[in-house]
Design a protein around this ligand. Structure first.
Ligand SMILES: *Cc1c(COP(=O)(O)O)cnc(C)c1O
Length: 359
């Protein structure tokens, strides 16, 4: 079976070497030495001053909203994973959707200002498929209206924009290190900010607000991650260049193999800095998507309708019409991509797709 993705597992011995140390120290969680080491190594790898490791990418978003004191309405994208929007609702905030650009599939900055009201406190945008939003335009709008900017950068490990890690943008960027992401720690996530005050707040908030053993100066939650998760991250970080390189080769091979297929590829904001994490195809219509899914599925190949449905259609939200996102979400398909996907398998996938089109 070929699934849309498969978690990377490093050589078992490399992980076990870290486990020995955990047994010797008997320190399993609560900001342990491996968590600290992972934070240091990630900062170095990403060339960023600040980073806080947490237990998942959803908690990272919720901590970001709390650390910036968001209230009322938050402008966001309908084309993302459900966690972007469900985390807002969970924190008592009201998502106000702004439709996407049909080529980049990111929030359309040209439509943001019309959605701002006196209740708006922030813009929460996703760099969809690891492809950067128009961050300069978004920042300009935010500055003009006194809004905070948060980026859900869950797909972005390794993406650079204008020579810097994409995690450096916005008041806060968050990411996920979930097992299905390009770099993972089994479960995990991180927050990035350039603001030392905000950083300090998040550090307290992820640990119940503890300022001492018996003092709690901030409202907090349990956002900590364990030594076992950090160990997986430390090992996987040794393999990240190989993972990123194989993604790029696979991405370029799909593009070559499918150049006669009728679909719209993703428009890359900064091709030099892209991490090649996903291969989305925007097909002409939902009927062709279903035909392609069918031939692949009978051959035990499982691409994914990602993202579907458009998040403005979530049953717990009031109706807001988002024509571009609703349209794209019915006809976008992500092809399989993982570290050891072979060129032969990609050629087979391409042959099936072209056969269906040409029938
Ligand atoms: C994976 C993902 C999340 C959630 O991250 P978790 O670590 O699974 O909580 C949030 N937003 C986007 C866009 C994602 O892809």
């Amino acid at each position: 079976m070929i699934a849309v993705t498969k978690p990377f597992l490093p050589p078992q011995e490399e992980y076990e070497a870290y486990i020995k140390g955990i047994w010797q120290r008997n320190w399993l969680t609560n900001n342990g030495p491996l968590v600290n080491e992972l934070e240091l190594e990630l900062k170095e790898y990403l060339d960023l001053k600040h980073l806080l490791y947490v237990n998942n990418g959803t908690i990272a978003l919720q901590l970001a909203f709390k650390a910036l004191d968001l209230r009322g309405e938050v402008i966001t994208t309908p084309f993302s994973y459900v966690a972007t929007v469900s985390s807002l609702v969970w924190e008592g905030l009201t998502p106000v959707f702004v439709d996407i650009n049909p080529k980049s599939l990111n929030i359309d900055p040209g439509k943001i200002e019309a959605a701002i009201t006196p209740q708006t406190s922030a813009i929460l945008a996703t760099h969809v498929y690891g492809n950067p939003c128009e961050v300069d335009k978004i920042q300009k709008i935010a500055d003009k209206h006194g809004l905070k900017v948060i980026y859900d950068a869950a797909h972005c490990f390794g993406t650079r924009y204008k020579g810097k890690s994409i995690f450096a943008y916005g008041d806060i960027s968050t990411t996920s290190f979930h097992a299905t992401k390009l770099f993972h720690t089994i479960e995990g996530g991180a927050l990035f900010t350039q603001n030392p005050e905000v950083l300090k707040r998040i550090a307290l908030m992820r640990n119940f607000g503890h300022t001492g053993t018996n003092t709690f100066d901030e409202l907090g939650i349990n956002g900590k991650n364990s030594e076992f998760h950090a160990a997986m991250g430390l090992v996987n970080l040794r393999h990240i260049e190989a993972i990123l390189n194989s993604r790029k080769e696979q991405w370029l091979l799909y593009r070559d193999l499918l150049h006669n297929l009728d679909y719209q590829p993703l428009r890359l904001t900064d091709p030099q800095g892209y991490n090649f994490s996903y291969y989305p195809m925007v097909l002409p219509d939902e009927a062709s998507l279903e035909k392609y899914m069918e031939i692949l599925n009978v051959n035990y190949i499982f691409p994914r309708r990602y993202f579907y449905p458009s998040l403005n259609l979530l049953p717990y939200l009031g109706a807001q019409s988002m024509p571009v996102s609703e349209d794209i979400s019915t006809r976008v398909l992500c092809l399989p991509m993982y570290h050891d996907l072979s060129p032969e398998t990609q050629q087979m996938i391409a042959r099936f797709l072209l056969r269906v089109q040409n029938n």
